[in-house]
Design a protein around this ligand. Structure first.
Ligand code: ATP
Ligand code: FE
Length: 350
């Protein structure tokens, strides 16, 4: 099967063409147009600006994806589109485009949950068999999912407050580092002493796999304020030490909760997705924990860990194989928890 995927749920406009073979998928093209510069002055993604940019760029992205893949519209078997969760204006832009294309070509359309796209990525890249454990760690999410089928996800735990990527961005902000903060914090941490500050490891004292990062964020803020009060500012070394202490705490929390999630589910593999999976200190810890649990460890290449349309095309193929197609009545959802699969796909969806 050959599917076009369309993704526009946050601040990346993306289109991709994916062809399935027996066990996995081949990405024929993947186009991502980011919007970082458009939102830079506002300290966050502005939904209205994002939606307008998606509307302006979707046609181009789709044309480029088809051209690069060398595939004509009439050679496709279907169109997969993110139907949520995300910023509703963005999701709608992609869905209206997909509906129009489906109506014009007669191709089947499949509405995909963005998080399912992330969660099924190791099947696209490596043909990983069900069931496996997925740790989704990004700027907006942090959750453990037992992935049992294309529509079968069991959430074993999730953050009760911030996502780790959000915390990385916040730490960068309070230390005067550029956004998005993750890579800058990681770089600074590499020259820092993780033991100088004793930051908390939130929720490790509580059973289960839920996580929390907001207390840790506050602890770093307090440590910074104390240094500023005492010395009138921060030295380069202070910054590096704060980053190293923070990153070590995040890595410890993720590692321990991953250990528990692996113990609690009958899986033989752990896969990660999300921008925070770019962090090599965190990856190294997760790899160790997997090895100790006798589980295979998979980290898809970074462009497939962050938002992209190849994962949407692939998830669409898997759902299509299970018999799912959606008509023009498919509606966009701003909220759509993965394990709430009892909720209907069609309807107001909140
Ligand atoms: P979502 O897709 O869940 O809605 P998002 O689009 O913000 O959220 P991603 O694009 O997957 O998420 O990831 C971006 C996040 O990853 C940012 O918060 C960024 O700081 C973080 N990040 C990127 N690189 C690193 C790194 N090396 N270390 C830690 N965090 C990182
Ligand atoms: Fe995402």
């Amino acid at each position: 099967l050959t599917f076009l995927g369309i993704e526009s749920s946050c601040d990346d406009t993306a289109a991709a063409v994916v062809r399935s073979d027996a066990a996995s998928g081949k990405i024929l093209s993947t186009v991502v147009q980011g919007q970082t510069a458009l939102h830079a002055d506002f300290g966050g993604v502005v939904p209205e600006i994002a939606a307008r940019a998606h509307v302006e760029r979707l046609d181009d992205c789709i044309r480029e994806a088809l051209q690069t893949a060398g595939v004509r519209l009439d050679e496709l078997d279907g169109i997969a589109v993110t139907a949520g969760p995300g910023l509703i204006g963005g999701v709608l832009s992609g869905m209206m485009t997909a509906k129009a294309l489906a109506a014009a070509t007669g191709l089947p359309m499949v509405g995909v949950n963005h998080l399912a796209g992330h969660a099924l990525t190791p099947r696209l890249t490596d043909g990983l068999d069900y069931p496996y454990l997925m740790l989704l760690v990004s700027g907006g999410h942090c959750q453990f999912l037992a992935v049992e089928g294309p529509q079968s996800f069991r959430r074993l735990g999730s953050t009760i407050d911030d996502a780790p990527g959000e915390a990385f961005d916040k730490i960068a902000k309070i230390l005067g580092l550029p956004q998005p903060g993750g890579p800058h914090v990681e770089r600074a941490a590499a020259s820092g002493d993780a033991r100088r500050f004793a930051f908390p490891r939130p929720l490790l004292d509580r059973a289960g796999c839920d996580l929390s990062f907001s207390g840790l964020k506050t602890a770093v803020l307090r440590a910074r304020d104390a240094l500023v009060a005492a010395q009138g500012g921060l030295t380069e070394q202070d910054r590096c030490d704060l980053c190293a202490g923070f990153q070590a705490a995040v890595a410890d929390v993720l590692a321990e909760k991953t250990r528990r999630a692996l113990a609690a589910s009958p899986v033989t593999a752990l896969a990660v997705a999300g921008g925070v999976a770019a962090n090599s200190a965190i990856l190294a810890k997760l790899e160790t924990v997997s090895a100790q649990a006798g589980a295979r460890f998979l980290a898809p290449p970074l462009p497939l860990c962050t938002d992209n349309a190849a994962m949407i095309a692939w998830a669409g193929i898997e759902l299509f194989r299970e018999g799912q197609t959606d008509g023009p009545e498919l509606s966009a959802r701003s909220r759509w928890p993965l394990d709430g699969s009892a909720a209907p796909l069609i309807g107001s969806g909140k």
